[in-house]
Design a protein around this ligand. Sequence first.
Ligand code: ADP
Ligand code: MG
Length: 554
Amino acid sequence: MTQETGGFAALGLHPAVLSAISAVGYEEPSPIQAQSIPVILGGHDMIGQAQTGTGKTAAFALPLLSRLDPSRREPQVLILAPTRELALQVATAFETYSKQMPGVGVVAVYGGAPMGPQLKALRQGAQILVATPGRLCDHLRRDEKMLSTVQHLVLDEADEMLKLGFMDDLEVIFQALPEERQTVLFSATLPHSIRAIAEKHLRNPQHVKIAAKTQTVARIEQAHLMVHADQKTAAVLRLLEVEEFDALIAFVRTKQATLDLASALEAKGYKAAALNGDIAQNQRERVIDSLKDGRLDIVVATDVAARGIDVPRITHVFNVDMPYDPESYVHRIGRTGRAGRDGRALLLVTPRERRMLQVIERVTGQKVAEVRLPNAQQVLDARIKKLTASLVPLVADAEETHGELLDRLISDIGCSPRALAAALLRKATHGQALNLAEVEREQPLVPSAAPRERSERSGERGEYRERRAPMPLAEGRARCRTSLGARDGIAAKNLLGAILNEGGLAREAIGRIQIRETFSLIELPEEGLDRLLGKLKDTRVAGKQLKLRRYRED
Ligand code: ADP
Ligand code: MG
C-alpha cells in the first residue's frame, strides 16, 4: 500500500474494502468521507450535508460494506435514491467497492424495467438493495416482509427525493423497516421537510456538515467551461490550442486519470507527465524539476501529489475534475500566480456539478465567468499565430544562411518560390491542419453541456424522470437530442428525412426516434458521430434550427 492510502487506512475500514479503493485509485478520503466513515462505522445515525460531487457514495458505501455480514444471504443494507440513474450509479459503486468481497451481492430496483428479474436477483441473496422509493413500494405491496432483515438504511439525496414527491412512499418504506436499525441521511440542503423526517425517523443523529469557509483568491483570472464528463480530454486539447501558457498544471481525481490525460497530451506533442501518489518521491522531484526548467510544460496531478508544488513558471491551472470543496479549489489555483505574476485558472464543470460551482463562487466571493470552447476559426488563428512567432526570429538572417540553397532548389526543382515556400511550410508543420476546412474536419465541435433538464412534474406523481428515462442503447449507438419537439410541429418522419438527406446515412443506421413535447431524441451510430453532427450543424427542420447534439443523462 502506498503512503497515500494511509488516509483511508486510518479510518478502520475492512481490508477488502481498502484494497478495492486502492485499486480504483483513490488516494485520500474526501472531507465528507473522512468525517462520515467513522460515524457510520460506529453504528450511529447520521445526517450528512454536502454538495454534489463531494464523494458521498463512498462515504456511506465503504463503512456499510465493512460492517455487513457476507455469510447472511438476505438484504442488510437499503439505499434509497431519487432516480433510476442515481440508483444505478450507487449500485455500480457498491459493486466496485465490494470487488474483493466474495459472496456480497447488490441489486438495483427501479421503475421503467420489468419487476421479475429484480425480484429474482433479490431472492438470490443479495445483501445490498439500492432502490427508488416508487418502485420499492410496488415490491412491498407484493411482499410486505421483504425489508424485515434490513439493518442499515441510507437516504441518498433526500432533498431531491422529496422534490420528486416521494414523501408518502418514504413513509410506507419506514413502516416496513425494522425499528432497530441504523439510518443515515444525505442531503445537499436541509429544508424543514428533511429536518422533520430526521426528527421522526432518526435516533440521536450526528451531524456532519462540510462547511465552506470564506477564502481569498488574488490576481488569478478564473473561468469555467460546461462539458460532459466523457468529453473532458477533447475539451482540454482544444483549450490548450488557444491558451497562451508557459507551464500548466492539470488536476484530476484519480491516478488512472493522471496517466490517461498525460498520455493523451503527449500523443499530441505536449511535454507532459503524470504526477500521482504511486510515483516514488525522488521521481516526483524529478518531474517538478523538469517543470521548473522547461523540460516539461504540463503536469497532470492529483491533489495529494501536487501538494507543495511551487513553480513560478506555472501560468495556468486546469481543474479538469472538480475539487471536493472550495478550500481545495483555492489551494489548487494558488499553484499559479506565484511570485506576484498573473495566473489563469480554468474549471471544467459537468452538468451535475453546477451547484459546486456556485458554492465556489460564494465562498471566494468571485464570479467564475463562463467560457465556451474555441471554434475552428479561433484554433486556426492560434496555430497561425504560433507559426508566425516561430518564424519571425528566423526571417532576420535565414536568407543569409539559406538563400543560396533556396535559389538552387528553385532551379533544380523548377518551381516557383511560392510553391517551394509552401512545400517547406507543409514539411515544417508536420501536416498540421492550417486552413479552416481542415481544422473543422479535424476538430468536430464538442458540444458543451446543456443545463440539466429539470424534472418536469407529471402531475399524478413525482416519478416523471424515472418513468420517462430512455431505454438502454444498442451497442455502437449514441443518443442525440434536439430541442425541437411536438410543439414545434415536428414528427418522426421530418427528423428522419432531414438526417437521411443532409447526413448521408442509410436508413438502417438510424435507431429509435422519440418525439416529446419540448424535445426529441434520436439514436445514431457512435462511429463518425462528431463528423455527422458537424454536417448537420446548419440543418433546419420545420423552419427551425435542428441543433442536434449528444445527449447524456447525468
Ligand atoms: P456525490 O454523491 O457527493 O455527488 P459521488 O459519490 O458520486 O459524489 O462521487 C463523485 C466522483 O468522485 C465519483 O466519480 C467518484 O468515483 C469520485 N471519488 C469519490 N471519492 C473519491 C476519492 N476519495 N478519491 C478520488 N475520487 C473519488
Ligand atoms: Mg451522490
